[in-house]
Design a protein around this ligand. Sequence first.
Ligand SMILES: O=c1ccn([C@@H]2O[C@H](COP(=O)(O)OP(=O)(O)O[C@H]3O[C@H](CO)[C@@H](O)[C@H](O)[C@H]3O)[C@@H](O)[C@H]2O)c(=O)[nH]1
Ligand SMILES: [Mn+2]
Length: 665
Amino acid sequence: MANQENLPLYDKIWIKRKFQRAIDILILLLLFSLLSFRLFSIINNTFTIPWLLAFSCESWFTFTWIVILNAKWCPAVTKTHPNRLLQHRVQELPRVDLFVTTADHVLEPPIITFNTVLSLLALDYPANKLACYVSDDACSVFTFYGLVEAAKFAKFWVPFCKKYNIQVRAPFRYFSQVTKSEEGSSEFKQEWLQMKDMYDNLSRRVEDVTRNSLSLKFEGEFAVFLNTEKRNHPSIVKVISENKDDLPDGLPHLIYVSREKKPNYEHNYKAGAMNVLTRVSGLMTNAPFMLNVDCDMVVSNPKIIQHAVCILMDSKKGKDVAFVQCFQQFYDGIKDDPFGNQWVAAFEYIIRGMGGLQGPYYGGTNTFHRRNAIYGLDPHENHYGKKGKLSEKASIKQFGSSNEFVKSVTHAFEGSDYSTSNGISPSSFIDSAIQVSDCEYENGTSWGNQMGWLYGSISEDVPTGLNMHRKGWRSECCTPDQTAFTGCAPGGLLTTMVQQKRWASGLTVVFFGKHSPVMGILFGIRAMDSFDSFCDLHYTYITRVSIKRAIIKKETPGSIASGDNADAGRFTFDESPAFMVGTTVLLVQLTALVVKIVGLDLEASSGNGCGLGELMGSVYLVVCYWPFLKGLFARGKYGIPLSTIFKSALLSLIFVHFSRIGVIS
Ligand SMILES: O=c1ccn([C@@H]2O[C@H](COP(=O)(O)OP(=O)(O)O[C@H]3O[C@H](CO)[C@@H](O)[C@H](O)[C@H]3O)[C@@H](O)[C@H]2O)c(=O)[nH]1
Ligand SMILES: [Mn+2]
């Protein structure tokens, strides 16, 4: 019998998809024939600008398709074995620091954030190995208040979840799924009612306080928030709760961090926040691994850390893994989502495909990182130690001027656990934590530049992940049967537009920036999206096939609407001109179909008319615009406003009129 100790903690299984390959090749052939058609057409025609644009865009699409094929064609899944981890290595289970970022208490209400935090505090993992750090870029007293209250509730909620092995540990998700305590022992029913009551109380209190700031007194621990402004305030670091006795079945530490902000100081968005959390946690708990989640993600598989740790701790394959990426999955998404916000195809094909190569890209959330990789080591240095010890001067230059922090980096490099087990608790590091959260701390250091989360783009995840792969690190997907994290996908057109626009502009910066993937195409699949959007825009413009996607990337709406939870699963409309385009396209297609069916097809006899191909094209487009078709007949916010329908009808009439004149003449 094999020695259990030597069994791998995870296996990688390559999967074959022959049918998919056949389809992929077919598409490639079609793309090639389109290109040759263009090339031959130039022989008979004059060279025009639209021809050039069409040809360049189609060449780009062909090129990206080839790159995508490369990524898709050796998909792999990882299979983790947490039981092996637990049977033999309980003593050695590593610490994991948990990071949550929030930046706006209006768009990201405290209730959402503290639910994320509660789902993390309730993870199935020894509580004394976990610490949860929340970065608040809004410096919001409401978020802080919510966390303080949530920590009190956690004392009851976490034991309840563990006792009854509840799987969904974010209370708002749990209570929306289990709305009655009908099943289980009478003891369970009683405790369920208590929990529900406490949770309802908690959310009501936090909501009341958020709505009416007067009821909150700026005393005691809240005093520091008096006179702070979102973009102008000193660093605030507060240990909300502490597992002082180092109990595995206690609660993880909970720490609130709001880094210093000053006008005229670049704060570097989420990347800046992540680097501050990295330093504060380095001082306080210094876990070798760090999990980062956005405040709108919740854990839906309480054993996820065990799975991820299997990958990171595997003695053979795990050594050169810098990060483990869990997929983003969504609750309450739109059924048959017209925007593709749930990324189903992307995960299933592209990301799994990359899993068989150097690994998936870093998605920005739901990711476990290796601290030493974030600190800039490459896999070789991590394994064999850094060549020659860094002099004190060099370390300060690289990591900043906190001696305490530099000391913690040395410990991290040596792989030694030095903090709480020696009886030193997080609260003894408050002063140094405040120091490393200051605006000026990073001046002249390597933070955001060669190491940590990289600056220069609002899509910090792309350059940060690329940089890891460039250094030779691998990454792995972690997809246990039970979904690891769930979040809320944008539901409406507006939220989608804002997100896509931000991604496109962020990615464009990456594409042309310092860490540009142009040098390493294979690493750059995601950043290529930026160029895609550029080509999409021009291409849709020339062909007028689907102006919808072009519009999504053109518009610049003012604010992020995050509150479309109420509309979960439904497509909503308003008076925005953005909807006019889709409605017009739909009406034109419908008119074409009616004309064909009723037999008003004047030009058919001239041999110039519409055949089966065009008919199928129109039907296909109508299917693509299904949500709009439903919108034509629905009323209220789920229906297209009458004024929009009227304007679109006018536009399509004009369009149809001129097309017919064009054809007849
Ligand atoms: O100055 C900032 C801006 C944002 N955030 C936080 O960063 C996260 C992501 O920001 P969000 O505005 O929600 O962006 P999304 O487009 O929803 O996020 C996706 O895209 C981002 C950029 O590519 C990634 O960082 C995210 O992880 C990924 O989920 C949220 O928790 C924010 O609170 C900050 O902490 N500080
Ligand atoms: Mn988000």
